[in-house]
Write a protein of this length. Structure first.
Length: 179
């Protein structure tokens, strides 16, 4: 996604397969323009209001979910950036792991104590030391026990919303200066 300010193009975000552009427009029945430039050959798919309505009519559960979503987004302030970023699975998984590590940074002592307990237990009952692969696997399991994927995703979602708000405020200020 690119925005032009003062005759210069500024790349705001790199979108990936599955990302959604201008989703608020569809629900709030407003119009806006977005400047996109593709880094590689790409396909853009659109969904008309009529097509969405047809899908909603055929699925009551989806219709209720969309109604709740419409209410939620109707309360959001007007902003120039209107997209949902979807990351590739591998990138998303890595992001969850790294975010979990950052969130657990203050709990390293507790984590290492738990790891040591697991290593001692393994040695006592297996008669062997854990190898590096087992230690890494056990540490990953302990991290997930301390902080679930759901908790990490919730935290990441809050950060993403905050980042998008900051970007929108900055772009609004730049657009006002340009005008």
């Amino acid at each position: 996604m690119v925005i032009q300010i003062g005759g210069k193009e500024i790349v705001i975000e790199r979108l990936f397969r599955g990302s959604v552009i201008n989703y608020k427009n569809l629900y709030l029945q407003t119009r806006s323009q977005v400047l996109l430039r593709f880094a590689a050959e790409s396909v853009v798919k659109t969904l008309s209001l009529e097509s969405l309505q047809q899908v909603r009519n055929n699925n009551k559960a989806l219709n209720r979910a969309i109604q709740k979503f419409q209410i939620k987004i109707s309360r959001l302030p007007v902003a120039p950036l209107d997209y949902i970023l979807v990351l590739p699975r591998k990138v998303y998984g890595t992001l969850i792991d790294r975010t979990r590590e950052k969130m657990l940074f203050g709990k390293q002592e507790l984590l290492m104590e738990s790891l040591q307990e697991k290593k001692d237990y393994y040695k006592k009952y297996q008669g062997l030391e854990m190898d590096d692969v087992q230690v890494a696997k056990t540490l990953r399991e302990l991290q997930q026990d301390m902080l679930s994927d759901q908790e990490v995703i919730h935290y990441m979602t809050k950060l993403n919303h905050l980042e998008l708000r900051v970007k929108n405020v900055a772009i609004m200020k730049l657009l006002k200066q340009q005008a």
